[in-house]
Write a protein that binds this ligand. Structure first.
Ligand code: NAD
Length: 260
């Protein structure tokens, strides 16, 4: 379905991004993976996706905190594969803390990685998409792009920001066969969620089981975590021709969370 297309997926050494990268390769795309982690593990992941799907997969270590590295990553992908047809802005971090104790550097990092990086990557990728007259931009937002939770002020601000950015960018390119959408998952069981459990336990004075039941899945009427593969399947659908008229949309996949 995506043969001859090239996808860049930011933050794809782990969790949702990794599932999206695998699914796009399975659908036929060349893939650029990105993110941090152990070098040997990343190379094993890269080679594994390539071997499983027979499509070239390259790794780019660009730091989403650094606009120049982001632009360079898009340019390198265009030089290597001839184009960047699909951009998945997925890299993200979290920090849980009351506003009045929120570390300034964490605020800045969350806004930079979860919001500004999507702007920088989109800015770099759009000229090539416009030249080809086809493009798909998929932003991993969150249910927190639509509703808030306490102690996550930077994350909620960044995710609400990416919702607005998605809609504005979509309108700009609506007549150029480029779609821009955001997926808004509820809680997906990934390292990002696992890592925030200790801080939430501290902030709310709860045990791990209480955090899972009374904080995370409390908001999710299905009482189940979303899986990374389910998010990836929606991302692949958004890249298909069947999704050509879906643009500027914030698509929830949250077990009913934001319906409540
Ligand atoms: P994760 O921690 O498993 O993966 C995050 C990825 O981002 C990793 O590959 C990491 O190396 C990369 N990353 C972090 N900082 C980076 C930087 N400076 N430069 C480049 N890469 C960087 O997390 P995840 O749960 O898979 O989250 C992925 C996205 O999904 C995030 O935007 C997150 O906000 C969003 N999301 C997650 C959930 C959830 O419940 N897990 C829910 C809604 C939205």
């Amino acid at each position: 379905m995506l043969d001859a297309k090239t996808a860049v997926v930011t933050g794809s050494t782990s969790g949702i991004g990794l599932a999206v990268a695998r699914a796009l390769a399975k659908a036929g795309a060349n893939v650029v993976i990105n993110g941090f982690g152990d070098k040997v593990e990343i190379e094993a992941t890269r080679a594994g996706i390539e071997a499983d799907h027979g499509k070239p997969v390259i790794y780019d270590a660009a730091d989403m905190l650094k606009p120049r590295e982001i632009a360079r990553m898009i340019q390198d992908a265009e030089e290597r594969f001839g184009a960047v047809d699909i951009l998945v802005n997925n890299a993200g971090i979290q920090h849980v803390s009351p506003v009045d104790e929120f570390p300034d550097d964490k605020w800045d990092q969350i806004i930079a990685i979860n919001l500004s990086a999507a702007f920088h990557a989109t800015k770099a990728a759009l000229p090539g998409m416009k030249r080809k007259g086809w493009g798909r931009i998929v932003n991993t937002a969150s249910a927190h792009a639509l509703v808030a939770s306490p102690f996550k002020s930077a994350y909620v601000a960044a995710k609400h920001g990416i919702a607005g950015f998605t809609k504005s960018a979509a309108l700009e390119v609506a007549q150029q066969k480029i779609t821009v959408n955001a997926i808004c998952p509820g809680y997906v069981w990934t390292p990002l969620v696992e890592k925030q459990i200790p801080d939430t336990m501290k902030a709310r004075g709860m045990t791990e089981d209480e955090v899972k039941r009374d904080v995370l899945l409390a908001a999710q009427p299905t009482k189940e975590f979303v899986t990374p593969d389910q998010v990836a399947a929606l991302a692949v659908f958004l890249c298909s021709d069947a999704a050509a008229q879906i643009t500027g949309a914030l698509l929830t996949m949250d077990g009913g969370w934001t319906a409540a």
